[in-house]
Design a protein around this ligand. Structure first.
Ligand SMILES: Cc1ncc(COP(=O)(O)O)c(C=O)c1O
Length: 397
């Protein structure tokens, strides 16, 4: 990693292709022979090399914007391998999604149902749709990443679903092919995921009784990873639970994992730029990465394991590890016991492959950092560092 830091500079994201492959194979194998599709959720990390790697493994795609739909297609996914979710799809997005013939547009509301139908009729096609249901199940995750409670903005209450499926079936432009549920992210217990799966299976069975035959049940993403060593759901066990819930219906299971596929495969390499402590005050380790490169700590108070790349022979102390951004929320760790470090030491921030680079931004005119992919004993830069000229390229004055 020191060689990568020397060549690519810091801050810098590094992904391990082998870890992504292994995580994908674990999920895929756990389905055994049961009909399924793993739709990688591009929102977790849509860097082209990462998406292409997952495509090469046989993954399908889950896009949360038209930009992600296009990225998926550039990376080799066929439109009929892509599901498109989004709580506020614009008219332009709907129009293009309809024209592409995606596997399913996940419908979020009666109004959206109507708008998709209108666009499909105007284009003289029948568009495959799934209905995103909100089962009012507490994912017991961070409130900012819970999506399956009735207080959340996502989907339609599951009790309204039968009527909306009837409505979809009656529309000239719509072909209802699936039910979709996604109750949140970083879910660390099986129970809410299992309950959500059971709820959509029950819905599908009831619809079948009415003559509405779905083709797939999209159980969403959400499986958590262990950022701090605490126990989480075993991915294979999760898949087996989904299959157990679904097999009576014989319907194909789709899942939309993001974090579990790429989260543990990424680290952020950052350099100490200052260490300061005044009498009676905290000790601050200031690093060259901040909330611009990795938003999760500032956004969700998220924990990430951090270690010096090379440990010095010196006692630990309690420190705040903070970024260089002029915001007090710009801290990667607070009051953490940490080995002694000095200016220019390299630190490794773990488990940042998901919602790291993808959420990066350029506040304070900080160019986006490079990304590197390691594969075995080879590595290559998959995105070089943005230049200030590139950052300013859109401005006209
Ligand atoms: C609709 C949808 N599907 C899939 C995902 C992926 O979730 P995760 O990365 O937790 O697996 C998300 C993220 O929250 C999402 O909003």
């Amino acid at each position: 990693m020191a060689a990568i830091a020397a060549a690519a500079g810091t801050p810098c994201y590094i992904y391990d292709a082998g870890a992504i492959r292994a995580a994908y194979m674990t999920l895929d194998r756990a389905f055994d022979a049961y009909p399924h599709a793993i739709h990688y959720a591009l929102k977790a990390n849509s860097s082209l090399a990462v998406v292409r790697l997952l495509q090469s493994l046989g993954s399908h795609a889950d896009a949360n914007s038209l930009g992600e739909v296009d990225v998926a297609m550039r990376c080799g996914f066929r439109p009929d391998q892509i599901v498109f979710t989004g709580v506020g799809k614009s008219a332009a997005e709907i129009d293009r999604a309809v024209s592409l013939g995606l596997l399913a547009i996940n419908v979020e509301s009666p109004g959206e149902l109507d708008r998709i139908d209108q666009r499909a009729v105007a284009q003289n096609v029948k568009t495959r749709v799934a209905l995103r249901v909100n089962p009012d199940i507490d994912a017991k995750s961070h409130p900012h990443i819970s999506t399956g409670l009735k207080s959340n903005k996502f989907g339609v209450p599951i009790g309204e679903a039968p009527a909306l499926f009837r409505e979809m079936s009656s529309r000239r432009g719509l072909l209802p092919v699936g039910a979709h549920v996604h109750i949140g992210s970083q879910i660390t217990t099986l129970d809410p995921l299992q309950k959500a799966a059971q709820a959509v299976v029950a819905l599908a069975q009831a619809l079948r009784g009415e003559g509405i035959a779905l083709q797939h049940l999209d159980m969403g993403g959400g499986l958590g990873i262990s950022y701090d060593g605490a126990p989480v759901v075993d991915p294979a066990e999760y898949v087996r639970a989904l299959v157990a819930a679904t097999k009576g219906s014989h319907l194909k299971v789709a899942i939309e994992p993001g974090r579990v596929l790429v989260g543990p495969a990424g680290v952020l390499l950052t350099k100490v730029v200052d260490v300061k402590q005044f009498p009676g005050a905290k000790r601050f380790v200031v690093v060259d990465a901040g909330m611009t490169e990795l938003m999760r700590p500032a956004l969700y108070n998220a924990y990430h394991r951090i270690e010096p790349l090379v440990r010095r022979e010196a006692p630990e102390s309690i420190v705040d590890i903070v970024g260089p951004i002029c915001e007090s929320t710009d801290a990667y760790a607070r009051d953490r016991a940490f080995p002694h470090v000095e200016v220019d030491d390299l630190l490794v921030v773990y488990d940042v492959g998901a919602y790291g680079a993808a959420m990066g931004h350029t506040y304070l005119r900080r160019p986006l950092p490079p990304e590197v992919m390691i594969d075995g004993d080879q590595w290559k830069v998959i995105r070089r560092r943005q230049t200030l000229d590139e950052l300013l390229a859109l401005e006209t004055e």
